[in-house]
Design a binder for this molecule. Structure first.
Ligand code: N01
Length: 618
């Protein structure tokens, strides 16, 4: 519901004060406090409530019930005042109060350098500031002649398409699958869901106030992406079941030429002024080079290619891999399988989040839908709780004595909490604690959510095997100690070919330079993760070094990149220039900056192996 310029909507909200107060009981304190100060401008409320907000998640709120009740009354009063006097709602909060508001909302100090980003991300005025606006109207001939090819219709490709459409730029999206959604279309394994809170893991320009869960299941995210496609009429611009085989920069025409294979195997060529790769990083399943894997006689499949024709109930299932995918599959299938043997090469850290299994109550959905600006402030709170709030945790303190297990005092504290959680969950079983506890610092690999993984490990039909795998035989998996672990079904939860970025597309830029020449098999580099010298008018979304390793939302990152790309395209259209390319100096400066920063961060830790790094540790 939009309240700006809609006094009737606000009148309906305040019409029944008792009903309003009942609904407000379901609101989280911090975003509700923000609404009150935003609309009422009274800083005294910050002083009263801020001391009770101990952190950026709703479960960090310790506000006493009677103070909360007063807050709800005050919000009802201020809304009634706007409704009765028919005053327009202020789109921006009182700027002089913004620093104190952000600190109160998160229970932490939000540094001033974040203010512009916060205001933009909050998008309070309801006019998406991330939409590129023409500085001067592009000439009709120029824009009519200009076209963009987008590769991939996942979250990023669809977001790119929506912004291109808004700008009136012609584009085509090529999608290898039969539907949009990318990773959310392909991954359908039991237990699939997201580990980033959804009110943040969604487009900023389409806040969904009706998520059923704080952490949605895979099919609900797929539905959300599809809804955005329908809402914006994007489907007509997407060619499904087609794959871009190669991209070549045509130096005579100063355009890209793309060779595309249709689902019937026929190929055709199209040309575009610019190309945006939105192919993602997590979509080419990695099949581990384990001896004898093909000799296994039972069903065997990768998590991203889950075979739903196979009934795993009552079967002996072997699962290789304990990353984010494996950690979701395990607890989902354990209750019905005869046995689950988990082959773990190295354990992951997994953190408890009390909201992980929670559903969003109808009253909370009502608040999200009806209280002006609540959803924006709630999103900001999640943005902060999921992002840089714990960046200091990731930095190596050179004076820290216990470098193998943790990086600094804060990181050690997190380790202690995680260890205590594991011990509690596995019933203080010393052998399980040993197997399930990583020897590297927290955040070394992507931090996972504990979805009852540890509790599952204690079930009698589960065996966590940390002996290395020697080979696979027709009847099961043999570990290095010579034990055969018999399996009826083998699940490969072994991740993706993340290092071979853009593979298997063949991409040739200016002067015949190929991406393979420049990057080798596994050393991708781009300026800001987006542009590459010698590859004019070529942009990447979710390119090199743009992974969110410690938190964040891939959708937020992708939107930042879309905005940058839109600015590049605007430059081309408005100036009439044919090509735009990053210069080598800023490109190499950026590489140096990234490498220097990483040398002091957790991912460079010698004890950490992860899909973020190549064989050289970069
Ligand atoms: O893949 P992974 P994933 N022998 O690479 C093991 C996103 N995601 O699909 O840790 C034995 O993390 C490997 O062992 P090790 C998210 O960004 C999100 O699980 O390398 N084992 C590891 O345990 C995530 O980070 C969500 O020692 C082998 C596992 O296989 C990314 O996708 C859900 C092996 C691979 O783990 C990838 O996650 C799912 C071998 N030869 C995915 N090779 C949510 O939002 C590999 N392994 C919830």
């Amino acid at each position: 519901m939009t309240f700006l310029n809609n006094p009737e909507a606000l009148k309906a909200v305040v019409a029944d004060r008792n009903a309003l107060l009942r609904h407000l009981e379901a609101a989280d304190t911090a975003p509700l406090l923000m609404v009150l100060v935003h609309l009422g401008g009274d800083p005294a409320w910050l002083g009263r409530i801020a001391p009770h907000i101990k952190g950026p998640w709703s479960f960090h709120d310790e506000t006493p019930a009677h103070v909360r009740a007063q807050l709800c009354e005050a919000v009802a009063d201020v809304l009634a005042d706007y409704a009765v006097t028919v005053k327009p709602l202020p789109t921006t909060p009182p700027m002089e109060l913004l620093p104190a508001m952000l600190d109160a909302c998160t229970g932490q100090h939000v540094p001033a350098e974040y203010y512009p980003l916060v205001l933009e991300e909050l998008d309070l005025a309801g006019v998406d500031p991330k939409t590129v606006h023409w500085r001067q109207p592009p000439s009709p001939e120029r824009i009519a002649d200009f076209s963009v090819l987008v590769v991939g219709a996942g979250f990023s490709g669809v977001g790119m398409g929506i912004k291109l459409k808004e700008a009136g730029i012609a584009f085509t999206i090529i999608e290898k699958n039969a539907e949009v959604g990318g990773t959310w279309y392909e991954n359908t394994y039991p237990g699939i869901g997201v580990d980033t809170a959804n009110h943040f893991y969604s487009y900023s320009f389409d806040n969904n106030n009706n998520w059923d869960h704080f952490f949605a299941h895979g099919d609900q995210i797929e539905d959300y992406i599809q809804r955005n496609v329908e809402r914006t009429g994007l489907r007509d611009q997407i060619r499904f079941g087609e794959e871009v085989l190669s991209l070549v920069w045509d130096e005579d025409r100063l355009m890209w030429r793309a060779d595309i294979r249709r689902c019937d195997g026929q190929t055709y060529t199209i040309r575009a002024n610019a190309v945006v790769s939105a192919v993602g990083m997590l979509n080419r399943p990695k099949v581990p080079p384990i001896k004898g894997l093909d000799s296994f006689t039972g069903p065997k499949f990768h998590t991203a290619r889950w075979d739903h024709s196979v009934d795993y109930a009552g079967k002996r299932v072997g699962m290789i891999g304990t990353g984010a995918s494996g950690m979701q599959v395990g607890p989902a299938i354990q209750p019905v399988v005869e046995s689950l043997t988990i082959f773990q090469r190295s354990p992951h850290w997994a953190m408890l989040n009390p909201l992980y299994f929670e559903t969003v109550s109808d009253a909370k959905k009502w608040v999200l839908n009806h209280i002006p600006f609540y959803t924006k402030w709630f999103r900001f709170q999640l943005f902060w709780s999921s992002s840089d709030t714990f960046h200091h945790n990731l930095k190596v303190d050179p004076d820290w004595p216990d470098q193998k297990r943790s990086l600094n005092a804060e990181n050690a504290k997190v380790r202690e909490q995680l260890e205590a959680h594991i011990a509690r969950e596995v019933g203080h079983d010393p052998e399980l604690i040993r197997k399930a506890t990583p020897d590297y610092p927290p955040y070394g690999k992507r931090m996972l959510r504990d979805n009852h993984w540890y509790r599952m490990l204690t079930e009698p039909n589960v065996d966590l095997v940390d002996e290395p795998i020697d080979r696979v035989e027709p009847a099961g998996v043999v570990t290095a100690d010579g034990t055969l672990h018999p399996c009826d079904i083998l699940v490969l939860a072994t991740g993706f070919e993340t290092r071979r970025m853009l593979w298997p597309m063949q991409i040739t830029g200016r002067g015949g330079a190929t991406i393979l020449d420049r990057w080798g098999d596994e050393d991708p580099r781009a300026h800001l993760g987006i542009t590459v010298p010698e590859f004019p008018n070529f942009f990447l979304i979710y390119g090199p070094n743009t992974n969110l390793s410690h938190g964040g939302s891939a959708v937020f990152h992708s939107e930042c990149q879309v905005r940058y790309i839109m600015q590049g395209l605007r430059e081309l259209v408005e100036t009439g220039q044919a090509a735009l390319e990053v210069r080598p100096e800023p490109f190499w400066d950026y590489q140096e900056k990234v490498d220097n920063a990483h040398s002091a961060l957790v991912w460079a830790h010698p004890g950490v192996t992860s899909w973020y790094k190549n064989a050289a540790g970069r």
